[in-house]
Design a binder for this molecule. Structure first.
Ligand code: URP
Ligand code: ZN
Ligand code: ZN
Length: 470
């Protein structure tokens, strides 16, 4: 197959060029490529970029009394419609071993996967068995561990345990991911709020103060430095957290940061709306000043990736929606109608990320097109050990390709997003620039509004230790 006449967009710049795809791989990159009997795809007037990599999803994740409403098929299909061809999904640790938790997750994920995927392992308990198992994860292609300083009694590790995980991970070429909030303060403020009868959604943000995130990010960085370990802070939501990342990086600590679209566009004021539960996620969105600071952190490379933390729930899970011809309803945000602590935490976003960031990042002059590709694809590929197989348009790379129509304008929302949920955070937003065709390892999976992918065609990506630190 030849993709001809388009403009190749990579972190190195933009240039007119053609791609020769042979099977699953990019065989040649050049100009005026000619091949007998090749299928030719005309990309005149279009941009051609590497498929997006979303480093942070929670598909089919049990939470409270429900489950995130996209499974590994529907969530990956939605990702593909938005130009993303790889996701990294989190494996929750159950009461069993790491290996058994991964087996259970793979049993759900593998038959459904519609795009390629890798896994991060949540380390939410530390004992002798878990310590012994961590190095063995490399043999399974899992090289990233997530730890939490919040969710006391459920997911949180103590600081000494986080230090141990960091050290163990570094010893084996693995990377530790940190969820940074102050669990103790959250517990106290939440109990007080409920005792005072404050049950509304806005109390979710009021009981998780921004200073808790700033402090916990710094704590994580300090622990990483003392453990001589790299650290990746997930879902950075505050200017204060970003400041700590800058502080660490300026002093040579190997710390990287991810933010998410919701922290760039929304504030905690959204939680005070009558439908505020739609915006409940942890950590919460903060202020306009935080939004602006995070944009600045992306443009000066203090933050290296934009993940979505895609973890969708229905706004009203008592009413079904039609998805692929079937009626589906999953209990959602209504579970917390009279108690904000029972609202499942998380937002849809995996399919929105690339179109929304193109218009509001590149289109508004906040990001260059090259920075956009770095944030959407190349940086996560490098940080998570997938480069150059993923994240670039090089001979030998997987032919994960997006043909992007920079002129297509539409009013975005549920009609274009393919998430299996009943709302979209960007409903009514005017977008210019949208994927036209999406290829997964050379196979056309999205053609305009047509879905050509299928469950099971996505492949599990075994990642190697010792990935790059950006
Ligand atoms: O609210 C969120 N983000 N849910 C997913 C879990 C997490 O901590 O990333
Ligand atoms: Zn988290
Ligand atoms: Zn998450």
């Amino acid at each position: 197959m030849l993709i001809k006449g388009g403009t190749l967009l990579t972190v190195r710049g933009q240039e007119k060029g053609d791609l020769h795809i042979k099977g699953e791989i990019i065989e040649q990159v050049g100009t005026d490529l000619k091949l007998d009997q090749a299928e030719v795809i005309d990309a005149t007037g279009k941009l051609i970029m590497p498929g997006g990599i979303d480093p942070h999803t929670h598909l089919d994740l049990p939470m409270f009394d429900t489950i995130s409403s996209d499974d590994h098929y529907t969530g990956m299909k939605a990702a593909a419609f938005g130009g993303t061809t790889t996701v990294l999904d989190f494996v929750p640790l159950g009461s069993e071993s790491l290996a058994e938790s991964i087996d259970a997750w793979q049993a759900k994920a593998q038959p459904k996967a519609a795009i390629d995927y890798g896994l991060h392992m949540n380390v939410t308990r530390l004992d002798g068995n878990i310590r012994a198992e961590i190095p063995k994860l490399r043999d399974r292609g899992i090289t990233t561990l997530k730890v939490f300083t919040a969710y006391n009694g459920r997911l949180r590790l103590q600081d000494g345990e986080i230090f141990e995980v960091l050290r163990l991970a570094a010893e084996h070429g693995m990377l530790t991911l940190l969820h940074a909030e102050n669990g103790d303060v959250i517990e106290i403020l939440t109990a007080e709020a409920l005792a005072d009868g404050h049950t509304q959604a806005e109390w979710h943000a009021r009981t998780r103060p921004a200073w808790g995130a700033a402090e916990a990010v710094l704590r994580g960085i300090a622990l990483a430095e003392q453990a001589h370990a790299p650290l990746y802070v997930v879902h950075v939501n505050t200017a204060g957290g970003l400041d700590q990342i800058r502080y660490g990086r300026e002093r040579g600590v190997k710390v990287m940061g991810e933010t998410c679209p919701q922290y760039l566009f929304f504030t905690e004021e959204h939680l005070s709306r009558s439908d505020g539960a739609k915006w409940i996620c942890s950590p919460p969105m903060r202020t306009h000043m935080d939004n602006e600071a995070l944009w600045a952190g992306l443009s000066d490379d203090s933050l290296q990736t934009i993940g979505t933390d895609h973890c969708p729930f229905f706004y009203d899970g008592t009413i079904s929606i039609e998805y692929e011809g079937e009626q589906v309803a999953v209990p959602g945000k209504e579970l917390g109608a009279s108690d904000f602590t029972k609202i499942p935490n998380g937002l849809p976003g995996v399919g929105d990320r690339m179109p929304v960031l193109w218009t509001y990042g590149v289109g508004k002059g906040r990001l260059t097109p090259e920075q956009y590709v770095a944030l959407m694809s190349t940086n996560p590929a490098k940080i998570f050990g997938l480069y150059p197989k993923k994240g670039d348009l090089l001979p030998g790379s997987d032919a994960d390709i997006v043909i992007w129509d920079p002129e297509r304008s539409l009013t975005y929302g549920l009609a274009y997003a393919h998430h299996r949920t009943d709302y979209n955070l960007y409903e009514g937003w005017e977008l210019t620039g949208f994927p036209e065709k999406v290829f997964l390892r050379g196979q056309l999976i999205v053609d305009g509004d047509r879905w050509l992918g299928r469950p099971g065609m996505g492949r599990f990506l075994r990642r190697s230790p010792g990935a790059q630190i950006l």
